[in-house]
Every structure is written in C-alpha cells, then in structure tokens.
Design a protein around this ligand. Sequence first.
Ligand code: UT7
Length: 335
Amino acid sequence: MMSPASRILGTGHYLPEGVRTNADLEKMVDTTDQWIFDRTGIRERRIAPDGVVTSDMATAAAKNALDAAGLEPPDIDLILVGTVTPDMPMPATAVFVQQKLGARNCPAMDLSAACAGFLFGLTIADQFIRTGAMTHVLVIGVELLSRVVNWEDRTTCVLFGDGAGAVILGPAGGATSTDGKPRGLLATKIQSDGLLAQSLMIPGGGSVMPMSADILALKKHKVHMRGQDIFKVAVKNLYAATKEALDMTGMTADQVDWICPHQANLRIIDFAATRLGVPKDKVLTNIDRVGNTSSASIPILLDESIRSGKVKPGETVAMCALGAGISWGGAIVRM
Ligand code: UT7
C-alpha cells in the first residue's frame, strides 16, 4: 500500500431545524409510519425552510469544517461540491459557496455523482493533494432534495431529506496514530455504470426535455426512481467497492473500526454489512433522523460521529455509497 497523501483535517455538517415526521407524511400521501420504518428505517427527515438555498447549507457545513481544521477561507485551494440539487443550473453551487465563505483565488466546481458525490469528491481532492498541486481542498456533499421530490409520489417522497456535510482534505504529512499507523485516506475506489442510468433520474429540465408547461404538469422535473432496481445493485456494489478499497490497503473488514455507509435504506446497509462480515455495532447510522440526504449523507454522519466522540483519531472508517448514475464507491480512512 502507498502511504497516504492526504488526511481529513476537519469535518462539519449542517441540518435544517425543520423536522418532517412519518406521521406528517401520513397526512400527505397514502402511507404509514410502519411501512416507512419497516422498509427503510426512516422515522423523520429535515426540510429546509423557504428562502434557504443549497449553497447556504453548504456554506454552514464548510464553516464548521474549517473551524475544526483550524483554517480560514483564504487557506482553501479548491472547492468541490457534490450535489444534484444545485442553486441553479449555472453557475456552479461551488462558486456561491466561495462567495459566501469569502474564499478567493481558488477554483470552485460542482460534481454530479448523486449519492456517491462525496466519495467522488474525496477521490478527486486526494489526487490534487497527491501531485502537490493543492494543499487544502474543501469537499462538500449537499442536497436540498425536498425541492425536487414529488410530494404526491409516496414511492419517493418518504425517503429523502435536506442537509450538508463537509471535510477539509489536506496533506497527510506523515501523521500517525498512537500505535504508529499512517493516518489519512488509505484507499478509494469509485465506479459508474451508465447502463442503469434510467433507474433514478430527474428527467425533465435539461436538453432531453427542456422545461415547458407540459414538463411541469407531468412533474418530469421531479425525482423518478425504480427503487427495486437500485436496491439489488446497491447491496452487491456497496459490498464490492468496500472490499476492493480494503484490498488496496491490505486490510480485512474485521480490522476496520467503523463502517460509515450512505444512508439510503437500513435494509441495504444491513445486507451489505452482513456480507462484509461486519457486526451491527460497528455500523454508523442516522437514517432514522435524517433520511436519505444523497451526497450529504456520508459527511453528515461522519461529522456527527466525530463530534459525539464515537469515531476517534487514529480509528479506521470504511465509507461506501451508491446512487443515481448509477455511481458508487468505497473509501478507507484512518482518522
Ligand atoms: O440513495 C439513492 C439510491 N436509492 C436507493 O438506494 C433506494 C433503493 N430502493 C429502496 O430503498 C426500496 O426499493 C424502497 C424503499 C424505495 C421501496 O421498498 P421496497 O421494499 O422495494 O418496496 P416496493 O417498491 O417493492 O413496493 C412494495 C409495495 C408496493 O405495493 P404493491 O405493489 O405490493 O401493492 C408499493 O406500491 O409498497 C408500496 N409502497 C408503499 N406503501 C406505503 C411504495 N411506497 C410506499 C409507501 N407507503 N411510501
């Protein structure tokens, strides 16, 4: 294994205060708390209030991550924002984050890999640090999914929530844990399979179906998902990506302290963890409180787990995610 080039120097997250419970949804669509909880593990999700936009949440998470890293906005060399719910199609949400942070003289761009967006961002950031081109990269996963969900479609609206998570990736600098092991991003593995692109989409509003009164009336500008198609491939690919990333480090699953999986469905998480042979008490989850926040899911969960004292410096965390694209990935980090 190559020694790690980069390390997570600080993490942060932001969740809007507004809570929408399963009981609230029972009044909106034909569903029950029991169905939602049994099938997904979700009890409630956060919903951003009117007036709050994606870059607001991203900026709040970024500020927390900068504080945790002991850095200031001018220290940032690159801003990467993983999102499928940008402020607007153009320009990138990342430049609004840059504006709101007051981070000057650095490139800022969005990347579209849906629920795997954070892991794609982490992988790209690591490359820039590895080559020496950049020192501090701000990687954000942020989604305001409540604005692109069809609140009349019970098969999707019960799943998603709003939120943002961020990390500052910087040089590993030879840092080691108390038992002498290298701290940093030990391995990442990212992958896409466009053959399944139709399984999860916002089909309208782009060049295929430019926005029109018809597109709006048919709600083609909202999330459309074939849940069963994604479910099957998620279990298989989350296992495979985590295993491949582990193999790159020469570690086995039982040597990992924590699994920090994308929070799409508790049953997917349980199946993947069982396949890896990881016991439940090593699997971090918050899906019951926040639902599926797509690209924000891993960095929110990671930051919550660090701030609560669960995940400690020197511990090893395996992250994995899969979503629209389909795109997926795994990463192994020693904190
Ligand atoms: O993060 C992005 C990646 N996305 C995912 O990973 C999502 C992967 N997929 C899933 O998590 C699951 O497929 C869902 C949670 C979306 C659905 O669970 P499921 O166990 O696969 O249910 P299903 O789609 O097979 O539907 C079972 C039944 C259907 O009724 P019939 O046809 O059996 O009569 C649905 O119409 O449940 C019905 N149903 C609901 N009932 C009550 C679907 N949604 C609801 C609902 N409340 N909200």
